[in-house]
Design a protein around this ligand. Structure first.
Ligand code: XMP
Length: 530
């Protein structure tokens, strides 16, 4: 394993990505983790970049023991490189307010055989990506220059006798074409790692880790939604501890049409996960009566969700008292992914702040501190979205059906119904949504959009049905093309298809008089209606 010590760079995760893509397992720890507390024995350590200057009062300085030890090779990148040089003599680093940002051509000096091994296959010069303010102003004692550019004479350094290297540029970004090769050379040639890590190693490793953490008796509870992340996380837990993992699907009545049944089929019948479906739709719809304000809806749904979840945790706990091999419910499974983790990383490293937006109403905080007092288990915390898919496949889940499923917000259809959420309006929106999605799938264009749904306007409009005047609901169709969900464009439908969908909805969903297509981009619109 290679340890990547994070100083808060926006590129830290790319170091992991690059190495893992080449079959080298690596883990990220915050730079505030003392050397003695590393939970595994790394074969090499990469010190990431970071936004701070070594001179800042609050600059993150890793435990000196990382630098004092001589057994494990070190590679400093950008800020990591500066911190190696600064430790030896603060005068080695020049403070600068000017940022060097962009491509540069570095000249390589092959001064020794271990530098040759680090830069194997790279040539005599290479294009690299620079993004830094401070830089080295002099060569640390006992180091040699291995790369230079006209503006950075110490763009790469290596210790004369030990395996300590520093690079001013970023080998982890694609704008440094040879960067992956350098990282691999460091891991394989210098640290002696074997590039044979695969997702099935990860499965074995995580299963062992979960078993050790949870112990022989404790139980784990986790909310599932039918989405890829929660399904893969649940399957991993089931594989590790069997029925001591309890998956809970709270049917808020605000899920897509027939969705709770489908989730049950996939998780319980196909995957054999110990699942409880709680039909809480009446409670949710009762609690939403009379509420029209979007944030208020979110709050009501979020709070009620936790109430139900907490009750279920306590119920399982009670049951356990009468079951010989089951202990207390101690852990709460969450399908947090690495991108969620990095969004909340400050330069202090990946401290445990958790983004709450995608967890209904801030579920973790209350679960952790409330009556149930659960601890988090986040087995996907180190993974990227596509790695979760690979993990799903390694766990024999037919992820392909799940993978491309459009995301669905925690508050469900409630934020797609403008105004009051009543049972009648939910039923109408769900039926229209079902027709819309069915037609999209039939046309083979489901994967061309990131999210699509049918929502409901708060007003009614006049129409004519047969010979009679009707006064019915207005359906709003929305389909968005996006990769990051931060910005998006409306999907450009074939108009004939839209007309067909409109006709089907008006004919088949009683009470609808009109169908509109929302062609607002994001921004200024949002993806959801509320
Ligand atoms: P907006 O509407 O903000 O949506 O453009 C961006 C993405 O976030 C999802 N979303 C939510 N997910 N709880 C969630 O779990 C929420 O309250 C929530 N609001 C929006 C939305 O579906 C889209 O993918």
């Amino acid at each position: 394993t290679i340890l990547v010590l994070d100083h808060g760079s926006q590129y830290s995760h790319l170091i992991l990505r690059r190495l893992r893509d080449m079959g080298i397992y690596c883990e990220l720890l915050g730079c505030d983790v003392p050397f003695a507390d590393i939970p595994f024995r790394p074969k090499g350590i990469i010190l990431s970049g970071g936004p701070a200057s070594v001179y800042d009062a609050e600059a993150p300085h890793a435990d000196p023991a990382y630098f004092e030890q001589t057994e494990i090779p070190l590679l400093g990148i950008c800020y990591g490189n500066q911190s190696i040089a600064w430790r030896l003599d603060p005068m080695n680093v020049i403070r600068s307010d000017h940022r060097e940002y962009g491509s540069a051509e570095v000249k390589i000096h092959r001064v020794s055989s271990h530098v040759d091994r680090l830069l194997e296959g790279v040539g005599e010069s290479m294009e690299v990506w620079m993004s830094h303010s401070d830089k080295l102003g002099s060569l640390p004692e006992n180091f040699e220059i291995i790369c230079e550019t006209p503006s950075s004479p110490f763009a790469g350094i290596a210790h004369k006798d030990s395996h300590v290297f520093g690079l001013q540029f970023h080998p982890e970004v694609t704008n440094t074409p040879c960067g992956g090769q350098i990282l691999k050379n460091f891991a394989v040639n210098i640290c002696g790692c074997s590039p044979n890590w695969t997702m099935s190693n990860f499965v074995d490793q995580e299963i062992a880790r979960v078993r050790k953490l949870v112990g022989e008796k404790s139980q784990v509870i986790g909310a599932v939604s039918g989405g890829v992340d929660s399904t893969v996380a649940a399957q991993l837990l089931k594989t590790a501890i069997g029925d001591r993992f309890h998956a809970v699907l709270i049917d808020t009545g605000l899920l897509r049409l027939e969705e709770s049944q489908q989730v049950k089929e996939t998780l319980q019948e196909h995957l054999g996960i110990n699942l409880t479906v709680i039909d809480a739709s009446k409670a949710f719809l009762d609690a939403l009566a009379g509420i029209t304000e979007p944030e208020q809806k979110r709050k009501v749904i979020g709070n009620l969700f936790i109430d139900f979840f907490e009750k279920e945790a306590l119920r399982i706990e009670k049951d356990a008292e009468n079951t010989p091999n089951a202990g207390p419910v101690r852990y709460f499974l969450q399908g947090t992914l690495y991108p969620d983790v990095i969004e909340s990383i400050s330069w202090k490293g990946p401290s445990a702040t958790i983004k709450t937006h995608h967890n209904v109403g801030g579920l973790p905080a209350r679960m952790l501190n409330g009556e149930a007092k659960l601890q988090l288990i986040e087995p996907l915390r180190e993974l990227f979205k596509d790695e979760v898919r690979a993990l799903g496949r390694a766990l024999s889940i037919h992820v392909d059906d799940l993978v491309m499923r459009h995301p669905f917000p925690g508050p469900g259809i409630a934020i797609r119904i403008i105004g009051e959420v009543t049972p009648e309006r939910v039923a109408i929106a769900r039926k229209a949504d079902h027709i819309f999605i069915t037609e999209i799938k039939k046309a083979g264009i489901y994967n061309e959009m990131a999210q699509a749904y049918a929502g409901l306007d708060s007003n009614k409009a006049v129409g004519v049905m047969g010979d009679n005047r009707s006064y019915g609901y207005i359906i709003i169709l929305r389909a968005i093309v996006t990769t990051d969900f931060m910005t998006g464009e409306p999907y450009e439908f074939d108009f004939k298809l839209l007309k067909k969908i409109s006709t089907r909805i008006c004919n088949e969903v009683h009470g609808v008089s009109r169908v509109t297509y929302d062609c607002t981009s994001k921004p200024p619109g949002t993806i959801e209606l509320e």
